[in-house]
Design a protein around this ligand. Sequence first.
Ligand SMILES: *[C@@H]1O[C@H](CO)[C@@H](O)[C@H](O)[C@H]1NC(C)=O
Ligand SMILES: *[C@@H]1O[C@H](CO)[C@@H](O)[C@H](O)[C@H]1NC(C)=O
Length: 395
Amino acid sequence: MGDQDAGSDEGVGLRRQIAKPLHDQKLPGFRFWFQGLLMLCLLGFVVFLAFSDSTVPWIEKFSLQKQYRRFLNQSRKVPVPAYLVHPKHRAFLNKMKEKKTPIPEGVQYNTEPEPLQPQRLQYHEAYSRNYRFVMDNVEVCKVNSPLLVLMVPVAPSNVVARDAIRATWGKDRVVQGETVLTLFMLGLDNRHDVEKLQQENQQHNDLIQSNFLDTYLNLTIKTMVIMDWLATRCPSAAYAMKVDSDMFLNVDNLVIMLKKPGIPHMNYLTGMLMWNRPVVRDKNSKWYVPEEMFPDPQYPTYTLGMGYVFSNDLPAKFVDVSKSIKPFNIEDAYIGMCIKKLGLSPTSPPDPSQFKAYNSRYDRCEFSKIITYILGSSETLKNYWADFKKPGPHC
Ligand SMILES: *[C@@H]1O[C@H](CO)[C@@H](O)[C@H](O)[C@H]1NC(C)=O
Ligand SMILES: *[C@@H]1O[C@H](CO)[C@@H](O)[C@H](O)[C@H]1NC(C)=O
């Protein structure tokens, strides 16, 4: 808007410059008429330009200076800012630029420094399409349509947790005769080494990274980005699970559960159900949510964030409905809000005792019956797993 005021000043200057030589010089008749004709042609051209553009307000059509600028605008190729280029195309452009490093099939890298700003927020901060994948494995779901995709949110620097999962419950690609994929979802942080991450991904093809800041308070963004990835990169999967990196997961039992007759293929969300949970208003709590963010005193029924399982039609629906749900930092309760807004609700698992939270001690027999347990450390996971996988009966 201010641009237009500055423009009219320049316009006066421009007209003055054009007028000056006509005053100063005494022109012979022939040249005078020739120049007059030229001016007439120019005027005709400007009038033609003005009236050929129906989007321009009537009064502005007479501003010579504006017409000139419009003409310049149209003829100049405006470079498209990097953040408006679709990630796919950008990755392709990067590939063209960096022929030196061979990029494996189906792996996208974006090695440009990622501008966090300008961020053109659509709807709100937790709407996943505000972010883009800076590291991706677009082909992993196309090889075999998986029965189950395990999506693990993890901090970029937490390679210890990823390696522990790769060595334990994330190791097998085929479980009970079904394809199962394990992938890690990362945000950005200032501590991680981009090159190391790329090497790690080259080796395992299991890292997805999006360009939001990876913080505890941003876990809702991370969950919604997981949903976006499943919806856009992995629509062929039948089920998915969001599972934390400090968990023990009995994937066999999970696949057996999902193949039980009567397990819905659509609109299915299950895990450890949380009913009538009060919103924490204690400012010192990790789960504190201010009333401005979430005014109701209780959350709708949701599945505990340690590990919840859903039919893979839901991610696209979650992303869509999240447009109209204000974000708050409790990701599992946020998914509870999404499912409620969809007019659905979480379903109890066939055997609710299989989704366990904290355990006090390791019990080989017990671990062979459950689906989840919170362990809290990668060291514990590796130790328990080593015992759990020893030959011999579990009970
Ligand atoms: C020229 O293009 C810019 C950017 O597209 C726009 O903001 C500006 O209003 C245009 N100016 C004119 C005179 O059309
Ligand atoms: C969440 O991520 C956004 C986008 O990267 C960032 O601007 C914001 O500061 C982050 N919020 C917190 C609380 O970390």
